[in-house]
Design a protein around this ligand. Structure first.
Ligand SMILES: [Zn+2]
Length: 274
């Protein structure tokens, strides 16, 4: 299973990257490659085209409906609908309650009948995993001002004969549910929008580099534990969703101060195999 950080700029598109857009790929037993797009922020559709033809997508997952995570669905809709080789879809699309309405609103196409050729929308149900090709996907509610989910994506390992696990936080502050999501994951794709000492007055929205590191390290404490069940550190940490005004080295140092495993800062086109 492979992760590509197609776009990783936090809260907005930036000078070097589209906003949150991720590609998860794996092969099934027949060798056929399956392609999942996880979030699709501003600029993400164009950046995605550097990696595949968007008509090759098998699934689209929205962690939440803030525009920096979904607004380039407008580009994908046009691409699927009006490609000169013909219309493509419908693409299996998962999101929080209200996703179909949100797509309709942002595309400015009020009649869903005009969109059903491009998207089949289903809503996340906590505790109910869904399968798309070789992937098993669990959506876990996290801590953000709007309904928001992190994803645990299981798929075939590139290096061993069992399932590998990628955990993606979406947008969240520290909470026991994201701690359970990250527990022992091979790779944690973790937002780190805030910086210690800079946004300390707002809680319930985002992680800092330090809190991302604590999550990766399976730190305990009232912000992470609810039942005292033991958790395991993750195999590797990818820090993402850093806004353009943030110095990545500061966030990296925060995470490094509490997590000893491998840490990368997401970059456009960055790839990891698990
Ligand atoms: Zn958000």
């Amino acid at each position: 299973m492979r992760l590509t950080t197609v776009g990783c700029s936090g809260s907005m598109s930036g000078p070097r990257s589209a906003a949150s857009t991720y590609l998860v790929q794996a092969e099934d037993e027949t060798g056929r490659t399956w392609n999942l797009c996880v979030d699709l922020g501003p600029g993400g559709h164009g950046a995605l085209m550097e990696h595949l033809d968007p008509r090759e997508l098998d699934g689209l997952l929205f962690s939440h409906l803030h525009p920096d995570h979904m607004a380039d669905v407008v580009s994908l809709q046009v691409y699927l609908r009006y490609h000169p080789e013909g219309e493509s879809g419908p693409l299996e699309t998962w999101g929080p309650v209200g996703t179909a309405q949100r797509i309709s609103d942002v595309c400015w196409i009020p009649d869903w009948a005009e969109l059903q050729g491009q998207f089949t929308v289903r809503e996340h149900t906590p505790g109910q995993a869904v399968s798309i090709g070789p992937f098993r996907i669990e959506a876990v509610p996290v801590r953000h001002p709007v309904p928001a989910f992190g994803f645990l994506i299981e798929g075939p390992s590139e290096s061993r004969g069992e399932a590998a696990r990628i955990a993606y936080t979406g947008d969240t502050d520290s909470c026991p549910s994201v701690a359970r999501l990250a527990d022992g994951a091979d790779l944690l794709l973790c937002e780190a929008s805030f910086q210690e000492g800079r946004e300390d007055f707002v809680r319930g929205i985002h992680l800092t580099g330090l809190r991302a590191g604590e999550l990766a390290a399976a730190a305990s404490g009232p912000e992470w534990d609810d039942d005292g069940a033991p958790r395991r550190p993750v195999g590797g940490l990818v820090l993402t969703h850093l806004p353009p005004w943030t110095d990545p080295d500061v966030i990296l140092a925060e995470a490094r101060s509490v997590y000893a495993g491998p840490i990368d800062i997401a970059s456009p086109g960055g790839r990891w195999s698990v």
